[in-house]
Design a protein around this ligand. Structure first.
Ligand code: SRM
Ligand code: SF4
Length: 526
């Protein structure tokens, strides 16, 4: 090597190396494990290499849980939160076989997770799911996650656009050949179909909006991009400046994901979410690149996305959908049942399936507030439905704090958790409802760590697991965030208290609810 070569070597920076996760993904895609699943299960989970166990299996929706080694979790995909009784029964059967280990959680993405499964349970479960039209494919890790939509789609007297076929069509396009297999990071997509806002924390959100030039034309969508929560940074999505017809959504989503696939950050995982890419390119250059990709995918003769000012029809905080509510179809109601902390056991799943079949059309919906709706109940069946024993536990009219309490998984199953989120939330809320009378529901979002799966910044009150010092000892605690609003002017909640020991949480929240939310202390406890 001559002297010039040496100087070049010193001045040229080394090529950035791929993160460990990227290297594992590049070696083998988790989807390619599917035909070998029975063989892997027979070998025993503790003989799997670490990347397969903790990364690749998530492409099949199978999650190793370090907190319950050997007992896996399966995360489904339920587009728009829709599920049928026969599908729920298949899942209930799988949970039931897990005995005391089995349970299921309704997630903050209108989805379901099953717990307590052994690796050898997976091949028969995935086959049984496929027979009834369910999949868990690409529901975790660096994949497009369950796509959310209006839980009241098709029933809602205030509906603007039925999101179900759109969400289905986007999922079908993304999971088909040519869809993304190795994104730089997770990716969240949501489609709004009513005036309710709960959309802007997604990487890509479609919000109903009139045609920019022709008010008489059917509604379409304005495109919002870059929303996300993480331990490092939290953002609401911003207008991309484009308007799409409903039939353009699937190809547009795929084009945007192909661009993200090609240009997202694969070196620093904590700088990989879409907003970082948009920051790097600038919104205009990003928009031009995505439109070019879309036109290539859809064909130059297909109509182009239209320029748009980002104005939309999503103007108020989401309804909770609970109780008996009249559908747009005369003579029918939906029944919105409150599921405490979104947790279900096999028996409750079977009961829900039966109620949906006996009283409704056999269809149920999950909401992002982790509740369930039984839909298409004829008016003359409402009285009998209300008398069902399950409704004593899954109430139509829960208390004002229960109704809108959302909680992530917490330390019972999640190794990131700093507190047992669901049991803490349940105990504190029970306590506060005994102590206080509230003039209206207050939305609390509970999350076990800064990953923010329980969407703490979206709540009027957000709570996040933390540690605090109390009498010289480190104890479990919660940060408190206030002021989240999902109405016409969406706003993320801001930090109010940085570490309230859990033992003091009821007292601190009681004072907050009295001072800021009009709560009155009961003279005798309820
Ligand atoms: Fe989440 C990672 C649970 C919604 C942000 N999330 C995890 C893991 C997989 C961590 C792990 O391996 O243990 C958790 C699994 C625990 C378990 O056993 O259940 C987990 N996330 C959940 C669920 C189940 C919470 C719930 O109880 O509902 C939700 C599943 C939704 C689904 O059906 O797909 C869930 N996670 C969310 C949301 C909310 C949303 O999507 O509306 C967020 C914030 C929004 C976002 O993603 O921008 C969220 N989860 C995260 C993050 C932080 C992402 C980041 O960019 O840093 C992580 C950690 C990560 O990805 O590195 C994470
Ligand atoms: Fe686990 Fe943290 Fe997500 Fe809760 S917020 S599920 S503790 S990763």
């Amino acid at each position: 090597m001559n002297s010039t070569d040496t100087s070049n070597e010193l001045t040229t920076p080394p090529a950035p190396s791929l993160s460990k996760v990227e290297q594992a993904k590049a070696e083998l895609c988790g989807l390619d494990l599917e035909p070998r699943l029975a063989e892997l299960a027979a070998a025993g989970w503790d003989n799997l290499d670490e990347a397969t166990l903790t990364i690749r299996l998530k492409w099949l929706g199978i999650f190793f849980r370090p907190v319950t080694p050997g007992r896996f979790m399966v995360r489904l995909r339920l587009p728009n939160g829709v599920i049928r009784s026969d599908q729920l029964e298949v899942l209930a059967d799988a949970v039931d076989r897990c005995g005391e280990h089995g349970s299921a959680d309704i997630t903050t993405r209108q989805n379901l997770q099953l717990r307590g499964l052994l690796l050898e349970d997976m091949p028969p479960l995935l086959a049984a799911m496929e027979r009834v039209g369910l999949t868990s494919r690409q529901s975790g890790h660096d994949n497009p996650r369950n796509i959310t939509g209006n839980p009241l789609a098709g029933l809602d007297p205030e509906e603007l656009i039925d999101t179900r076929p759109l969400v289905e069509a986007i999922q079908t396009r993304l999971l088909a050949d040519g869809g993304p297999r190795n994104l730089p990071r997770k990716f969240n997509v949501a489609v709004g179909g009513a005036p309710d806002s709960f959309l802007l924390h997604n990487d890509l959100a479609f919000l109903p909006a009139p045609h920019p030039q022709d008010p008489a034309a059917p509604l379409g969508f304005t495109v919002m991009v870059g929303g996300f929560f993480s331990a490092q940074r939290n953002e609401l999505a911003v207008p991309l400046g484009l308007w799409l017809r409903p039939d353009q959504l699937p190809a547009f989503t795929l084009a945007l994901l192909r661009h993200y696939d090609a240009h997202g950050n694969r070196v620093q995982r904590n700088k990989s979410r879409l907003m970082y890419l948009i920051d790097g390119l600038g919104l205009e250059a990003y928009r031009a690149a995505v439109v070019a990709g879309y036109r290539k995918l859809a064909g130059e003769s297909a109509p182009a996305p239209l320029p748009h000012d980002g104005r939309h029809l999503v103007v108020r905080a989401p309804r909770d959908g609970l109780g008996l509510q009249a559908q747009k179809q005369a003579g029918f109601h939906w029944a919105g049942l409150h599921v405490p902390m979104g947790r279900l056991d096999a028996e409750q799943m079977l009961e829900l399936a039966r109620l949906a079949r006996d009283y409704g059309s056999g269809e149920l919906r999950f909401t992002e507030a982790q509740n369930v709706l039984i839909v298409n109940v004829p008016n003359h069946r409402l009285g009998a439905l209300q008398a069902e024993p399950l409704l004593e536990w899954f109430r139509l009219e829960p208390g004002p704090l229960q109704a809108e309490a959302v909680s992530c998984t917490g330390s019972r199953y999640c190794s990131f958790a700093l507190i047992p989120t669901k049991s803490t939330a349940q105990a504190v809320i029970d306590d506060l409802e005994r102590r206080l009378e509230l003039p209206q529901a207050v939305r609390t979002h509970w999350t076990g760590c800064p990953n923010a799966c329980g969407q703490p910044y979206m709540g009027q009150i957000g709570l996040m697991g933390a540690k605090a010092r109390q009498e010289g000892l480190m104890v479990e605690a919660a940060k408190i965030f206030l002021g989240g609003s999902m109405g016409q002017e969406p706003r993320l909640a801001e930090l109010h208290e940085k570490g309230v020991p859990l033992s003091a949480l009821s007292d601190v929240l009681e004072a907050l609810l009295v001072e800021r939310f009009g709560a009155r202390r009961r003279t005798t406890l309820a």
